[in-house]
Design a protein around this ligand. Structure first.
Ligand SMILES: [Zn+2]
Length: 261
């Protein structure tokens, strides 16, 4: 290979990597099929490290809310299997891993005032998967070859290490501000289309900021992985105004599961 070709490849590769690392560039080195395979394996590891809430009514409610939001996503995401897990943990947190596994802490359910507030956070987490932020982040953190061998089941140690990190920090890693903005944008459209009042997102963000002042420990995980600024609250509020309220703010079924967790 001559020098000219080599440098051309270097330029192409640099462009590809830059796109792959940007948020929502739409380019990802892991296929969606591989991502779902990886998610299935990772979720089994996580199941060994967290305690799930086993109340069927709580789980059914969360599953239904999550599925309603996912149904609004574009193909293939709305046709893929998603799983919504309720983690018995008093801290106010939710997180998503690659492959459509979304985890909601009982502390988030308890501290959301209304169904639409909970829907706002769930829609945000789901949108990190839709925008493929989670696989981008994994590839960046562990390197593509490590992730590729993990997908093939050749690297059980790495899967266990990633799962342990997720269980300990309540997320995979810190998302960038761009990724957060994108997840908010996609999420608020999806929650509104699913029939929830989009004002719930800003309202939940305000709750989180309030909690941070009163009981910082309870929201530490959420804030350390999802940078939440006053800007995001303002943006969420103005987006909700543009969309208009077409959906439910609260429902008795939500208040019922709040009592149960
Ligand atoms: Zn986020």
């Amino acid at each position: 290979m001559n020098k000219r070709n080599t440098s051309l490849i270097a330029v192409v590769l640099a462009t590809v990597l830059a796109t792959g690392c940007g948020s929502g560039g739409g380019f990802n080195l892991i296929s969606i099929e591989e991502e779902w395979q990886l998610g299935a394996q990772l979720s089994q590891e996580i199941a060994r490290q967290v305690r799930f809430n086993n109340d069927p009514q709580v789980n059914a409610y969360i599953r239904n809310m999550g599925q309603r939001i996912v149904n609004q996503a574009a193909p293939p995401f709305n046709q893929l299997p998603w799983q919504f897990h309720v983690v018995d943990d008093p801290s106010i947190n939710a997180f998503a891993i690659p492959g459509g596994h979304v985890y909601v802490h009982t502390g988030l359910i308890k501290n959301a005032d209304t169904a639409s507030e909970l829907a706002g956070v769930m829609a945000h987490e789901i949108s990190h998967v839709l925008a493929r932020h989670s696989t981008e982040q994994l590839s960046r953190q562990y390197g593509l070859s490590v992730i590729a061998s993990a997908v093939l089941g050749q690297n059980p140690g790495t899967l266990a290490a990633i799962a342990a990190q997720i269980a300990a920090t309540g997320a995979m890693a810190r998302f960038s501000r761009d990724a957060e903005r994108e997840a908010d944008e996609i999420g608020i459209q999806a929650m509104a289309a699913a029939g929830y009042n989009p004002a719930g997102m800003a309202s939940m963000f305000e709750e989180l900021i309030e909690h941070r002042q009163g009981q910082p420990g309870q929201v530490e995980q959420f804030f350390s992985t999802h940078p939440l600024t006053e800007n995001r609250v303002r943006d969420a509020r103005s987006r909700a105004q543009q969309i208009g309220n077409r959906g439910i703010t609260d429902e008795p079924e939500f208040q019922e599961i709040k009592r149960r967790v």
